[in-house]
Design a binder for this molecule. Sequence first.
Ligand code: SIN
Length: 520
Amino acid sequence: MSLRYLINFDSGAIQYEKFDVIIIGSGIAGLYSAIHLHDDLSVCIISKESIGENNSYLAQGGIAAAVTEEDQPEYHFDDTIKAGAGHCDEAAVKVLVNEAPVDIQTLCNIGTRFDRNPDGTLTTTREGGHGRFRVIHALGDATGKEVIDSLISECKKRTNIKIIENCFAVDILTINNKCTGILVKNNTNIPEESQLKIYHSRKIICASGGIGQVYKNTTNTEVITGDGIAMAFRAGAQLTDMEFVQFHPTAFYKKADNENSFLISEALRGEGGILRNINGEPFMSRYHEMGEIAPRDIVSRAIFSEIKKTNSEFVYLDITHKDSEHLRNRFPTIYNRCLKADIDISKDYIPVVPVQHYFMGGIKTDLWGRTSIEGLYACGEAACTGVHGANRLASNSLLEGLIFGRRCAEDINSSISESSFDENIIINTAAQISQAADIDIVSIRNEIKQIMNDYAGIERNEADMKNAAQRLESIIRLLESIELGTVYVMETINIAYIAALILKSAINRKQSIGSHYRTD
Ligand code: SIN
């Protein structure tokens, strides 16, 4: 159980605006859905911070799609199913792989500059779990930046799309299981009285991203606090597969705790990078016949096991057999970031460690992004379409954002004429109003993140998870008893709800599968 709404409000007394469609989130799924909505619909994209502040923007590796002559959607299907450890929804995977080439072409048409071979064909690379070269990329290792920049500029050309930055979605408003709009709070330091607003809408697309900040060590940006999934949960939407959290095998090892982990793309391993333990010994062939490019869950567990065996804190990734000029051109972001830490990747091994990276679970949807709440759609990492199963195949995430973002838009285009605005007044008085002054929210947030790192990580066991769940329960009760007045406090309770839901699902799934690995 949770609070239905985080704060008390009277919707009749709050300033409001109306849009046919509200999109929560400005990553690839949100932006791509926006450009597919009919131009006679008024559309509003809300972004918690600035529009480019999201995980999609950080994506390095690329987008998987069968676009070469040697590849076929069927091969992409097989690799996706294998990586998903038998837990994928096959119908959703078929949609994903079959529709991929068309959406890549759409991106090219709007001006996304993917890397190309001298003959003009798309350059492809290989990552974990892929039997073929099918990962297309841009700017070497800054694919997300190129795609998001091109989508933002496309959205800005459309007069029906309004982008509102620094806008925090507090809760989805519902009446009789139908969404009627969202309650938002200005995420800047403007005076208190002008901070709450309501956007009434006929349809909502939740594309708010994953859950990275639920964990202490993550590749995700600071804004990724599971807000969309938590508010859908409060509104009564069905969630699913919450136990499946993906750990990327190779984040740059950092001693300091106070910064997010920098990703070392799997494409380095796809292009020959070798994993070595602290003694310099290669080890992946002992764990899987695909070696360094085995599916991600397997590589992460192998690294975890080598770290434990050698009593170290990291392993190495060795790409020193490639020359410096090649590495600088092919992986400019990684090359320069490592250089800042005094690692020249053409000469030095890169210290790496697995960290939280992606969330396979989320708001349950059908093949058109529809959720169990009327008028509420979900896409991207916030959604669980079933394509990733228990472990996502590398570079299928941006692809999923495209395919199902567009599908949400297509379903809305064909059905919105049947829905009208509902501005009936909602009054919530159930939230507590005691003062938060003597509670250290930063410490509470850090404690949750540490708990999840320690007990809901690469390896899990029932006893630890049950203890963790109990502690989470008391943290939630404490947070529910205070005034949730700031965005930071609201994010923290969202993090706490998501953490508790992950633990609950992980406790309930007794057998290991994909990323959910139990030692008991
Ligand atoms: C990577 O470049 O290794 C990340 C790609 C992904 O998460 O699919």
